[in-house]
Design a binder for this molecule. Structure first.
Ligand code: ATP
Length: 358
């Protein structure tokens, strides 16, 4: 350990510095000089499309994959050469791999038995953990007799049992149906908060990431495209890639001059302080306001989709590409209706330079 890691400031619980992994000499790296810090008790969710390097990142931290370059530090200590079982990290994978020949207690106690914890202590710990995950008294149940959601909780109890300093979850709720996932994710968050667990989770489901995380890290082609609180990333996607990944498609070329940008949709107001010149611009659907035609930009309603809290409208404007608008239920016009459009500055985001997402 070098001197800079022993200075006054507590080191991050996890620090990745310039971590690269390359599986093939010819292709792009799976991880490309990734820097990432995770503070103690922080819940970080890594989000990204398939193949962006999320699992590889977890595997490097766990010691299941060697980095070709860069450093992994846990509590300030370089982990190169430290085997997976000595890193003090817990892992829970998508297919939770419970041992079918063991009952619930046998599964939860697995890591404790490996560490030589006494039987009485194991029994106490298992009972406590099963209470914690909402499965009290299920010690003797066969894992095959449990529902998917219950098995997921057993897997979680097993991962928590050795009290890992860092808990890593790979698509933790991937197999479960949406309703159960939404409920479990809320439970997980409060459980981690209560225990003060530091969590690094990987998911391709943005709803899950946004509900679980203190901080969301969006990956693209082995690099971190954006890191921020769920609100920051949602409100201010940094690039066109992140915007489109989150499902925002109202992105156009624009030229900013003062407080407005010239776009194919006409003039769009931009936030104060935006630099003059060409850029890519996002208008979040909530910022596309409907007015009575023929005010503003005229458009026809092509489709409407009920989203529970609002209606999503697909609009064909008189000029420029199609637009999505989010509209309150009671105000949603019918398909075929002609409407006028205006744009709300607070939902306009100037995106970082860089080519359009592929
Ligand atoms: N063992 C391996 N050998 C060769 N290539 C690999 C290996 N593991 C991963 N890759 C490649 O590295 C890249 C990153 O893969 P990784 O599994 O980390 O992505 P991911 O974001 O977790 O994807 P998914 O969401 O599909 O699980 C992909 O291009 C993948 O094909």
């Amino acid at each position: 350990m070098t001197a800079e890691h022993t200075t006054a400031r507590e080191p991050e619980l996890l620090r990745l510095g310039g971590v690269s992994v390359r599986f093939t000499a010819a292709g792009p790296p799976a991880l490309d000089a990734v820097d990432l810090d995770v503070a103690a008790r922080e819940i970080v969710c890594v989000l990204g499309p398939s193949g962006s390097g999320k699992s590889t990142l977890l595997r490097v931290v766990a010691g299941l994959q060697q980095a070709d370059a860069g450093q992994v530090l846990l509590e300030g200590r370089e982990q190169r050469g430290v085997p997976a079982h000595r890193r003090g990290v817990g892992l829970m994978f998508q297919d939770h791999q419970l041992f079918p020949q063991h009952d619930v207690a046998g599964n939860v106690a697995f890591g404790l038995r490996m560490r030589g914890v006494s039987r009485a202590e194991r029994e106490r710990a298992v009972a406590g953990l099963l209470d914690l995950v909402g499965l009290p008294g299920t010690q003797r149940r066969a894992v095959a007799s449990l529902s998917g959601g219950e098995q997921q909780r057993v897997a979680l109890a097993r991962a928590l049992a050795p009290r890992p300093r860092l808990l890593m979850l790979d698509e933790p709720l991937g197999q479960l149906d949406r309703g159960l996932r939404e409920r479990l994710v809320v439970e997980l968050r409060s459980l981690f908060r209560e225990l003060g667990t530091t969590v690094l989770a990987v998911t391709h489901d943005q709803g899950e990431a946004f509900a679980l995380a203190d901080r969301v890290v969006v990956m693209h082609e082995g690099r971190i495209a954006q890191s921020g609180t769920p609100l920051e990333v949602w409100q201010r996607p940094a690039s066109e890639f992140v915007a489109r990944f989150l499902g925002f498609d109202n992105v156009v070329e624009a030229t900013v001059r003062g407080r407005a940008a010239a776009t194919p949709w006409g003039a769009v107001p931009v936030p104060d302080g935006t630099a003059d010149g060409p850029c890519r611009l996002l208008v979040r659907p909530a910022g596309v306001r409907l007015t009575a035609a023929p005010e503003g930009l005229n458009a026809t309603v092509e489709a409407r989709t009920f989203r529970g809290t609002h209606v999503s409208l697909l609009l064909e404007p008189a000029a420029g590409p199609r637009l999505e608008a989010a509209c309150p239920l009671r105000d949603a016009p019918e398909v075929g209706a002609r409407v006028g459009l205006s744009f709300a500055e607070r939902d306009v985001v100037v995106l970082d330079a860089g080519g359009p997402a592929d």
